[in-house]
Write a protein that binds this ligand. Sequence first.
Ligand code: GLN
Length: 447
Amino acid sequence: LLTAALSRIQAARPLNAVVSLNDGAQAQAQAVQARVDRGEALPLAGVPILVKDNINVSGTATTCGSRILATYVSPYTATAAARLQQAGAVIVGKANMDEFAMGSSTESSAHGPALNPWDEARVSGGSSGGSAVAVAAGLTPVALGSDTGGSVRQPASFCGVYGLKPTYGRVSRSGLVAYASSLDQIGPFAHTAQDLALLMNVLAGHDPLDATSLHAPPAFATVTADDLRGLRVGVIQESLGGNTPGVDATLQATLDALRGAGAQVAEVSLPELKYAIAAYYLIAMPEASSNLARFDGMVYGARVSGSDVTEAMTLTRERGFGPEVQRRILIGTYALSSGYYDAYYSKAMKVRRLIADRFAQAFGQFDVLVTPTSPFPAFRRGEKTSDPLAMYAADVDTVAINLAGLPALSVPAGFETVDGVRLPVGIQFIAPALQDERLVRLAGGLE
Ligand code: GLN
């Protein structure tokens, strides 16, 4: 399996999905073989996996798609990655990503963009673009990404695979390089609901190394279409305007399939969602500005020397961080500064509470909520790189879920043909907190 994955990775190099290989993979595969020979039952025995390059794996490079970490080698392994290895999986390498997970296209990576396997002129989505491409192009059967505002779900929808953002606290963040700590979650990419269930049963569970980790043992399984009978599905009205025709058609076809299986489908309005993008960026950027203060050239990664320590730190950050990361540190610092804090950060936190409360209210009436994952399929490379606001607006359907800490799954549900090319379209299902299992069962039912 490892040899097959490595040759697929080699053949797919032009897609730029993989940024480094794990030198220890061969030895790990042999160690797994020895465990299997001893009679150990391992749920992921020998399964090759790529993980996003912001997840630490001991002895491997962890660059976070940034020049500032170009020479950084992880001294320890993230809990999520360690759990995979414990279950017999072999981490073969690291997947490309937007720099520090900031972006929606994987174009801000210092390694260059990951290309969409359906149309190489288009973006993979982001920020976990490399992981989505890896699964879509068959480099590894599953992969890990991280989702702060849509970074697992949106690239999954652009590449035509499943992408799950678990309930905040369900999967340990220990060893995930922080972007916005109150929003970040590690999540899996896969081709089938069965594979999602298999992975989540390994990944989820309490971890004493993450203070926000929840005590909620995983119980993932998949079911048949029969179980969709009576399921109450709420279609979020605020997501209905502004989609491309193919996205609208895919949503309608999905709703028809649900009705056909006996689900009850109705519309629901969550008016506060129109403030989600503004609130999200006013929370994510301040948290990022604080989290990224540690990259000052003193402890981690590259250092540019200067005549004194201040100059060394300034030059290191100036040359090490790309333009999008610098923009966010500046905006985040501004929003947190005295005099502006009340107008921006504090207000955004109040909107966050209102959004979470509105979701909770909707779940009084519905078992799951549904929206498209993105208003459009994969856009062209370069289309949004000079317009940060257009790039931020691409997250309109995904960010509110992170603000509320909820689980959400992007399901590959259809296609839209653009300029003669078939592009995948994803539909997003949202469940109440800790009901991640419901999403995977629903996906199994739709298959
Ligand atoms: N595109 C969003 C952002 O740039 C989400 C990124 C993510 O989920 N990591 O912040």
